[in-house]
Design a protein around this ligand. Structure first.
Ligand SMILES: [Zn+2]
Length: 308
């Protein structure tokens, strides 16, 4: 992020902090605090890609979060969403892809600090040891995690999740057999290799355009407890606990602070709907109320900062 944007974001964060604190306290008193699910990719000390965070920044980010939020597992986040009541905002830590570099310092540190973590891996890269295509495209050959590393992490309490077999854009797959390979077979093979259930699934890329109702349905039928998107957005009590919206965290410290303290602009994020209209209808009252409240706040707080 360019320096001028960082400065502007910092100004915006400081200026809106009192209003946010007031609103967040009010929400907490009403049991409406969100469950925030964050995702990182690669923690290493060469900031060679936009999805790499340095070890020092990662520790600073998580330590800052720990002082202000309850750090919980995805299962606990789901429980609070399902219960329809949450009196304290909570944060879940997740990772996507599966980089061996994460096992040098970041994961051992999380384990040592007893911070719950869900780690989504792309099975083919784990099995074949091949770097990810999105890194190769930039000329990097970062090593993926091996199965032994994942087994050790699982034994230490890290929840291993599925991030498909080959990291495709699932919305572009029309053949149900190919979709099954990515969503269902990836789960079954990973479970067999780990010797424990794989309960969570994360869409590759995870933006609106990369999601599909067919993949959601297949994940549900396969017995996943939840699937994660990655376009941003908070999860509120009463929302659909099967779809966990996540926010990118492999960014600067100020951007993370801005997002987790409920940036009014992010409150307007539209939830991806994969279900039929009758199920959507049941939840619309909840969301309708939220959007009325947040739209009015947003127009007061941040009319000019939509580019940050
Ligand atoms: Zn990915």
């Amino acid at each position: 992020m360019p320096l001028w944007k960082l400065l502007l974001l910092n100004l915006y964060y400081q200026a809106t902090r009192p209003a946010r604190s007031w609103r967040n306290r009010k929400q907490a008193a009403r049991g409406r605090s969100p469950a925030i699910v964050l995702y990182w990719h690669r923690i290493a000390d060469d900031r060679t890609t936009p999805w790499t965070t340095s070890n020092a920044t990662f520790v600073r980010q998580v330590s800052w979060l720990r002082k202000r939020f309850q750090l919980v597992s995805l299962a606990e986040a789901q429980r609070r969403i399902r219960r329809g009541y949450n009196h304290r905002p909570c944060v879940s830590v997740t990772f996507d892809d599966g980089y061996a570099d994460n096992c040098r310092r970041a994961i051992p540190w999380l384990i040592e600090q007893q911070i719950p973590c869900t780690y989504f891996v792309t099975l083919r890269n784990v099995l074949e040891g091949e770097p990810f295509s999105h890194d190769l495209a930039l000329g990097h050959r970062f090593e993926p995690n091996g199965m032994e590393q994942l087994r050790a992490m699982a034994r230490a309490g890290v929840e291993i999740g599925a991030h498909t077999y080959s990291h495709p854009d699932l919305s572009s797959i029309a053949d149900p057999r190919m979709l099954r390979r990515e969503v269902v077979a990836a789960k079954e093979e990973l479970q067999a290799a780990l010797g424990q259930p794989v309960r969570y699934f994360a869409f590759p890329f995870g933006q609106y355009a990369n999601l599909s109702p067919e993949a959601f349905e297949m994940a549900k039928q396969a017995g996943y407890a939840a699937v994660c998107s990655a376009y941003g957005g908070y999860n509120f009590p009463g929302d659909d606990p099967f779809h966990l919206q996540r926010i990118a965290a492999d960014e600067t410290m100020i951007r993370l602070k801005n997002w987790v303290t409920m940036d009014p602009r992010k409150l307007r994020t539209r939830r991806y709907e994969y279900q039929g209209p009758e199920v959507r209808g049941q939840r619309s009252e909840n969301r309708g109320l939220k959007s009325i409240i947040f739209h009015s706040q947003t127009s007061i707080l941040c009319p000019q900062f939509h580019l940050l």
